[in-house]
Design a protein around this ligand. Structure first.
Ligand SMILES: [Ca+2]
Ligand SMILES: [Ca+2]
Ligand SMILES: [Ca+2]
Ligand SMILES: [Ca+2]
Length: 459
């Protein structure tokens, strides 16, 4: 009897575990996006001052002015020893000059501090009208104090979430009231993102992420609300902690938080069903993409009941067209769809680590090498498993194969006598052992190949 071989696809399984691409935890070593605008691109003047052409760019910030250049003063006389500071060009009486610092990319930031210095020919004179504007109509005045070494001043909450920082200087009464700035510290606002995904009905929990593009210096609290769409509550999922709303905090220095929504592992045959998690926030220093006031993640629950074939498994996970091909990997985790079906893995979203342990791993050590894997029940009838081995990764020799676990299905081939199988109510643990050359040390490479055989077959 000839087995039906259409459609027919191959799926090679590399021996190394691949890290799921869906891992959402970002490295904690990421730098907060704090920018010190401190003229670090400008050489230190060896005496007096140097002209600084405007606009001047540093670390994603741009300095512009109503004049075409300003001065960078360095270690002049007894004033700015070791400090680079900038100041507008000399003003004539009554002239006003406006300086503006902003992100050419349009990024919003919080102004944290500025270090300002008085200046009048090396003498310490308090300059009291150094007013800053935030571009939104708010102003804040600071005095330089009399210390030539400068004073670091901080900014109130109206200087959070600004598009620019500007300041003016006007000469009055023929006296050049001038000050210098050596350092402005801003923190760019973080952008919050989430992602929609498919969760397996048996996964227990949908971990819905809320992520910052970079860590912040303070905790970020985000509100969430869970709403049923085509899924029903509490039949298909339940509210986290029994509440449809709550908050999640992304701690300072970290970039991700989760809302954990319990998923009900029912026994109903169902199409993919959905619920929504909507995020809103009043936290300062964070934004949603596009300036939206909220952010949605849609979670699709894939039912695992009444599924008997590979195409059923794809349909249950909402996969169609080429995304449902046996060799396709729509969730980017390095595991093909056909292998997901054999091991009852989620092909369209994340998998619990315990499920990934079902996949084939090396076993038996150097004396009796093999591949061991676990096929959960119900055992499929339309997946062919082929063990091959190689001494050089160039030519491969098939050892044994089996198509599905239906009646009459058997391991065949020269290696069929080396197969070990143990059954349990949960499934079958299978070890496919290699053919080991005797009397010499050699390398053996093993691989499992998984194919879809529509309708199944004997081998
Ligand atoms: Ca359900
Ligand atoms: Ca179920
Ligand atoms: Ca179900
Ligand atoms: Ca995959």
């Amino acid at each position: 009897m000839t087995p039906t071989l259409v459609p027919f696809a191959r799926s090679a399984r590399p021996l190394l575990f691949q890290v799921p691409a869906l891992a959402l935890i970002s490295a904690a070593a990421l730098r907060a996006e704090i920018v010190e605008f401190d003229l670090d691109q400008v050489p230190m003047p060896t005496s007096g001052s140097v002209a600084l052409a405007l606009p001047y760019n540093e670390q994603g910030l741009r300095l512009e002015s109503s004049v075409s250049s300003c001065f960078v003063v360095g270690p002049i006389s007894n004033a700015f020893t070791g400090v680079k500071a900038f100041t507008p060009a000399t003003l004539s009486s009554g002239q006003t000059v406006t300086m503006q610092l902003y992100s050419p990319a349009g990024r919003v930031f919080a102004v944290r501090s500025a270090t300002i210095h008085p200046y009048t020919s090396g003498q310490a004179v308090n300059v009291g009208f150094t007013r800053f504007f935030n571009g939104n109509g708010s102003t804040q005045g600071h005095s330089t104090g009399t210390a030539l070494a400068g004073t670091t001043v901080t900014f109130n909450s109206s200087f959070n979430r600004v598009g620019n920082l500007s300041w003016q200087m006007t000469s009055t009464g023929g006296i050049y009231q001038r000050f210098q700035i050596s350092r402005i510290v801003v923190e760019f606002d973080g952008t919050l993102t989430t992602s929609s995904f498919t969760v397996s009905e048996a996964a227990g929990t949908a971990e819905v992420p809320i992520q910052l593009d970079s860590p912040r210096t303070t905790d970020t609290t985000v509100n969430w609300e869970v709403t049923a769409l085509t899924a029903s509550q509490p039949g298909d999922f339940t509210f986290p902690g029994g509440s449809a709303t709550g908050t999640v905090t992304i701690p300072a220095g970290q970039t991700v938080g989760f809302v954990n929504v319990p998923i009900v592992n029912d026994s109903s045959n169902e199409s993919p069903e959905t619920f929504r998690v909507r995020y809103t926030t009043t936290a300062t220093g964070v934004l949603f993409p596009g300036g939206n006031g909220f952010l949605d993640a849609t979670v699709t629950i894939a039912s695992d009941d009444g599924v008997t074939t590979f195409p059923n498994w794809m349909t249950a996970h909402g996969l169609t067209s080429t995304a449902a091909d046996p060799d396709a990997d729509p969730n980017g985790d390095g595991i093909s769809n056909i292998e997901c079906w054999l091991f009852r893995l989620n092909p369209a979203g994340p998998n619990p680590p315990a499920w990934l342990a079902r996949r084939a791993v090396m076993s038996g050590g150097s004396n009796d090498p093999g591949l061991t894997f676990f096929v959960p029940v119900p055992l499929p009838s339309d997946v062919r498993i082929i063990l091959s081995q190689s001494a050089d990764l160039g030519s491969w020799t098939e050892q044994t194969r089996r198509t599905g676990f239906g009646t009459g299905s058997l391991w065949t081939g020269s290696g069929s006598g080396r197969v070990l199988e143990t059954s349990s109510p949960a499934g079958r643990t299978i070890t496919l052992r290699a053919s080991v050359p005797v009397g010499r040390r050699t390398k053996v490479f093993l691989r499992n190949t998984y194919e879809h055989v529509s309708g199944g077959g004997a081998s």
